[in-house]
Design a protein around this ligand. Structure first.
Ligand SMILES: CCCCCCCCCCCCCCCC(=O)OC[C@@H](O)COP(=O)(O)O
Length: 252
């Protein structure tokens, strides 16, 4: 694992005030929308999904309003419009776990099952067809990723996987787990590689959110036809590593 560079961001009064207002907003909105989604348990999946979409659109709007944090995406044209795919994404922050849902739709994600215990938010998330794994039980986790992943893809949901398995600090890189690539090999669906630098503005476990523009780069689909999972994984990891270097270079 390469050494991360320490964020040089200064937390002034506006950062504290904005982050506090956002926190209050997240707690209240999660309560209201969480209850709405749970109340809609017997409604079709699309209804609950729509409620979640509204929650995410408002959250990202408030993130910009309160904290001056927004994002820009390059490569949206690479997202297939006629078919689902597996998205292999860099993982640095909680930001990507919600924001990718604004431009890669409809989707589900492979997530650590402890998230589903978060009152109201996690309970609501549990009704949105997540692939909830126990990271301590790798064998079982891989079987769930493949079995449920194929089901979700065939019903038209993009499956978002964070192959690093945990949030990694900006500038650092953790070897990619092969789960997402194995799902591609087994399902025949393509892989969409995705790079971003969200952790520079919304660090892991950070109450403070810093102003700026998160750069997102989406790569061309990587076909999984007649390929081994290790080759698919290597292709995706190489593309994402290169894109992260470009994001870093474009900062200067
Ligand atoms: C209130 C309404 C709620 C509606 C839910 C909207 C949808 C939210 C999508 C959440 C998807 C979460 C994906 C998380 C993936 C995951 O599980 O990553 C683990 C890391 O993060 C944390 O691990 P770590 O960095 O090791 O602490």
């Amino acid at each position: 694992m390469t050494q991360p560079h320490i964020s040089s961001r200064k937390a002034d009064f506006r950062v504290y005030l904005g982050s506090t207002l956002l926190f209050i907003y997240i707690v209240i909105s999660t309560l209201i929308v969480g209850v709405a989604i749970l109340g809609g348990y017997f409604l079709p999946f699309q209804w609950r999904y729509k409620f979640a979409d509204i929650w995410i659109d408002c959250l990202l709007y408030m993130l910009k309003l309160c904290c001056g944090l927004s994002y820009e995406v390059e490569g949206l044209e690479h997202i297939p419009q006629d078919r689902a795919a597996i998205v292999l994404s860099k993982h640095q922050s909680a930001w990507e776990t919600v924001a990718l849902r604004q431009f890669i739709r409809p989707q589900t994600a492979v997530l650590k099952k402890s998230l589903l215990q978060i009152p109201f938010g996690g309970w609501a998330l549990a009704t949105l067809k997540p692939i909830a794994i126990d990271r301590q039980n790798q064998k079982e986790a891989l079987k769930m990723l493949i079995d449920q992943g194929i089901e979700r893809l065939q019903e038209g949901l993009f499956v978002v996987v964070f192959p690093e398995g945990t949030r990694v600090a900006p500038g650092a890189h953790k070897k990619f787990n092969a789960g997402g690539a194995m799902l591609a090999q087994k399902s025949g669906f393509p892989v969409i590689p995705l790079a971003h630098n969200a952790g520079e503005f919304w660090p892991r476990n950070s109450f403070l959110k810093y102003p700026g523009v998160i750069k997102v780069k989406i790569g061309p689909p990587i076909s999984s036809a007649d390929k081994k999972s290790k080759d698919i994984n290597a292709e995706a990891e190489a593309w994402i590593t290169q894109a992260m270097a470009k994001i870093e270079a474009e900062k200067h």
